[in-house]
Design a protein around this ligand. Structure first.
Ligand code: IPM
Ligand code: MG
Length: 369
């Protein structure tokens, strides 16, 4: 069976980094059917909508989606439904991509890139599992109105709704406990049960599901404390499971612990294992088109795609080993460069990974470009 991949590069550096990931996929001797479509600001420019029907249908029909990044400051003034971010929110919603995996791994060669002391983060390997289709992100009702109560009745106000249903919490809790079984069997569930009804419920339901996983240790932590512990003693965490909004914030914090957000892949899966794979970083419009963006997070996202949605674990291993080999050789894009290493651009980094996979010497790939 041919594996169908929808390729959605998006905006900013999205096109450059996805191009390198596609090159890497193409040297694996596997049969893929890849089709590209516009998404985000690029789709808005061409079709007047950040997630046109054609793009959504392509994504729905695919086994997996390789996604770049969306967004640019120039769209900040558009009505909310037309902003590039709506494309990613729409894909999550329409495909039911409720389980978001955001690993924060500190690569041995990049320990110096973190703003934390090396001893705090050397060997760091955390997996943040963020619920991705519920919470205050999608809760209804939301909007603007004139207040009828509160501190300023009669004043204009805005509101959102934080909510989680029991099945939504149960399914993400199962994902977290099962992931923990393949790692060090420890889950930290992050909530705000001391203040929010939604997160007291979250805590209760996670505790209930935990009864089915007696071999996994469960710890509960308030989100403010979790934010603090993440910079104080990040290695005390293994699998972290939390809701959509807390997960948005904590995953950015966790990624920065590694000092190299340009290295971190992510996966968003639905119940059918269909997945969207994207780098954890954004579209970086300030460096778009300069050929200096780090393609490794996207290349590593392609590896996650092979492992989770396409059942090709050996191919995933080949990509991950190639990335390690390239780092060991000293190749660095500017975001992870340090004295004594070799600064290369987006394409050369792609060349180097391709060369490492195909067994050619990396130096040859560099001179070729
Ligand atoms: C993320 C991003 C998105 C989110 C935005 C772009 C809608 O910050 O994937 O973390 O808030 O989920
Ligand atoms: Mg975010």
């Amino acid at each position: 069976m041919t594996m169908k991949i929808a390729v959605l590069p998006g905006d900013g550096i999205g096109t450059e980094i996805v191009e390198q990931a596609v090159r890497v996929l193409n040297v694996l001797d596997l049969k893929f059917e890849m089709e590209s479509a516009l998404v985000g600001g690029a789709a808005y420019e061409a079709h007047g909508h950040p997630l046109p029907d054609g793009t959504l249908n392509l994504a729905k029909a695919a086994d997996a989606i390789l996604f770049g990044a969306v967004g640019d400051w120039k769209y900040d003034k558009l009505d909310r439904p037309l902003r590039p971010e709506q494309a990613i929110l729409g894909l999550r919603k329409h495909l039911g991509l409720f389980a978001n995996f955001r690993p924060a791994i500190c690569y041995e060669q990049l320990v110096g890139a973190s703003s934390l002391k090396p001893e705090l983060i050397a060997g760091l390997d955390i997996l943040i599992i963020r619920e991705l289709t519920g919470d205050i992100y999608f809760g209804q009702p939301r909007g603007r109105r004139v207040a009828t109560d509160g501190h300023f009745p009669g004043a204009e106000e805005a509101f959102d709704t934080m909510r989680y249903s029991k099945p939504e919490i149960e399914r993400i809790a199962h994902v977290a406990f099962q992931a923990a079984r393949k790692r060090s069997k420890k889950v930290t569930s992050v909530d705000k049960a001391n203040v929010l009804e939604t997160f007291q419920f979250w805590k209760d339901v996670v505790t209930e599901v935990h009864a089915q996983y007696p071999d996994v240790e469960l710890q509960h932590m308030y989100v403010d404390n979790a934010a603090m512990q993440l910079v104080k003693a990040p290695k005390a965490f293994d699998v972290v499971v939390t809701g959509n909004m807390f997960g948005d914030i904590l995953s950015d914090e966790a990624s920065m612990l590694t000092g190299s957000i340009g290295m971190l892949p992510s996966a968003s899966l639905n119940a059918k294992n269909q997945g969207l794979y994207e780098p954890s970083h954004g579209s970086a419009p300030d460096i778009a088109g300069k050929g200096i963006a780090n393609p490794l997070a996207t290349i590593l996202s392609a590896a996650m795609m092979l492992r989770f949605s396409l059942q090709q674990p050996e191919a995933a291993d080949r990509i991950e080993s190639a990335v390690q080999a390239v780092l060991a050789t000293g190749y660095r894009t500017p975001d992870i460069w340090s004295a004594g290493t070799l600064k290369v651009g987006t394409r050369e980094m792609g060349d180097a990974v391709v060369a490492a996979i195909t067994g050619k010497t990396i130096t040859k790939a560099i001179t070729k470009s």
